[in-house]
Design a protein around this ligand. Structure first.
Ligand code: CS2
Length: 482
């Protein structure tokens, strides 16, 4: 038996408490991976249970079909698993907010019908940092990005996120409807602003009037999202099946902690997410900086240092005293680059992060976090490094995290095992090591010279270059190039 709309779970499992079909779709979400299922879909499920409303979610998968097939076979219902309390009791809850998931590679009719429907008010997305194809410094679309190039040529049949958002908005303008709010939920600084400038630039290139309309009527709030959610393991699926008495191919386990901070700037209504724990603020930027630098920065350090040391999971890396100490130093250095944030004590937030990383129940692979480093390092490591340089603070932890990442980019462990970087700039990064030259200074210079990666302040700093080289030479002693 499978979980689906006709399934009644045992009493120990929290069931969907509202009549699912009585609520229409109000949100289209792009990127229905584990994170969305543990985060936005859960908050919205909470609102539906509390207040009802037409706020259910049509999911869209831009590339894969697997997630769509798993969820559609279950009427969009899936299990959220969280281990809580001292006893680490596994509590299960069925989530009913997703109606179905459309795989864009199989056709986009339903996606655009929904984007153009009057009752659709919000488009949310978790499509990862690399998916936007927007140059973060200029805010323009990146013409060398394959999806952007394709969609500018054929805007009626887009394949990328920016092209899809713009086509949906254009259909709404033509139909005389209000636009939908575009709410980015990816780990990018000023994520709303980045998406807004990408959307406007794209629209200007195909239809200037559309761009003017979006500029005047659209809304692109920034948001900070947080919940550590790895891909589900076969053990988890087996454990969930045992408790439910039914199979759930889309079940996920996540941590008890969850946070969503959203800029309150919506152009077409929104669910009462504040009633289920979402924090609405005027300016998300200080929250984003805290999370990107303290959590995600430390996460990247753990991923690269842990992977190179042979640790499969974050929790194993945290049990390695050497890495543990480095993580503590990193979190402290990152916290010093932040401006005070009312209601948050950075020291406590940092301690809580250590506990979250140590969580023995969360099987988060270092290799998973290590992917897309070229897209993650700037906001996680380079930005706090610049500010530390400017304010005479310690840059050593940031130089160390960067050097570990550079070593990781060689694609080979010290025992000679090769691996893919899984980074859109993989070839460029690896080619630096191709000559076989293992000189730390030459490698650092080549990395610093890469286009659109290191900010000018770091490229021009002798102190930074010196620290980076020192850190890399000592890493190369303990982790020689194969
Ligand atoms: C991680 C994040 O994979 C990664 O890069 O650092 O996905 C992290 O787990 C989340 O941002 C936590 O909210």
């Amino acid at each position: 038996m499978n979980v689906d709309a006709s399934f009644t779970p045992p009493k120990t499992v929290q069931n969907v408490s509202y009549e699912r079909n009585a609520h229409g779709v109000g949100i289209v979400h792009f990127g229905v991976g584990a994170f969305h299922r543990a985060h936005q879909a859960v908050y919205t499920d909470g609102v539906l249970a509390k207040h009802g409303g037409d706020w259910r979610i049509l999911g869209v998968s831009l590339q894969s079909t697997k997630g769509a097939d798993a969820l559609n076979a279950q009427d969009g219902i899936y299990t959220l698993a969280v281990r809580e309390g001292k006893e680490q009791h596994l509590s299960l809850r069925l989530i009913g907010s997703i109606t179905e998931v459309e795989a864009a590679t199989r056709g986009t009719d339903k996606i655009f019908q929904t984007l153009a429907a009057p009752q659709t008010r919000i488009v949310t997305m978790t499509v990862t940092e690399k998916a936007y194809g927007v140059d973060r410094s200029s805010g323009s679309v990146d013409l060398s990005n394959a999806s952007i190039a394709h969609d500018l040529k054929d805007p009626a049949n887009p394949i990328g996120i920016i092209g899809m958002i713009v086509k949906g908005l254009s259909l709404r303008k033509d139909a005389g409807l209000k636009p939908y709010t575009v709410l980015c939920c990816d780990n990018l600084p000023k994520n709303g602003k980045i998406v807004r400038s990408g959307v406007l630039d794209f629209a200007r290139r195909i239809d200037p009037e559309l761009a003017t309309w979006i500029e005047a009527h659209g809304a692109f709030p920034s948001s900070m999202v947080d919940r550590i959610t790895p891909s589900a393991t076969p053990e988890l699926l087996a454990e969930v099946e045992e408790i439910l008495g039914a199979k759930d191919a889309a079940a996920i386990e996540t941590e008890p902690f969850s946070q969503w901070v959203v800029e309150d700037n919506f152009c077409n209504g929104r669910p009462l997410w504040e009633d289920v724990g979402v924090l609405f603020v005027d300016d998300v930027a200080p929250y984003e900086r805290m999370k990107l630098r303290m959590l995600n920065g430390a996460h990247s350090l753990i991923a690269y240092a842990g992977f190179l040391a042979g640790h499969k999971y974050v929790r194993d890396a945290m049990a390695d005293q050497h890495i543990h100490n480095l993580v503590e130093q990193h979190i402290l250095a990152a916290s010093k680059t932040l401006t005070p944030l009312s209601g948050i004590v950075f020291e406590d937030y940092g301690k809580q992060l250590i506990e979250r990383f140590e969580n023995p129940n969360i099987a988060h692979e270092t290799y998973q976090i290590a992917m897309d480093g070229s897209q993650k390092m700037p906001q996680r490591i380079f930005e706090p490094a610049i500010e530390s340089l400017e304010h005479g603070l310690d840059i050593q932890p940031f130089a160390l995290a960067t050097a570990v990442w550079i070593r990781y980019c060689a694609g080979i462990t010290s025992t000679g095992k090769t691996y893919d970087l899984r980074d859109p700039r993989e070839d460029e990064l690896r080619s630096i090591f191709k000559s076989g030259n293992g000189n730390a200074s030459d490698i650092c210079t080549a990395f610093l010279e890469l286009a659109n990666l290191f900010p000018a302040q770091l490229q021009q700093s002798d102190i930074w270059a010196e620290q980076l080289k020192d850190q890399l030479s000592s890493i190369l002693k303990s982790h020689p190039l194969g």
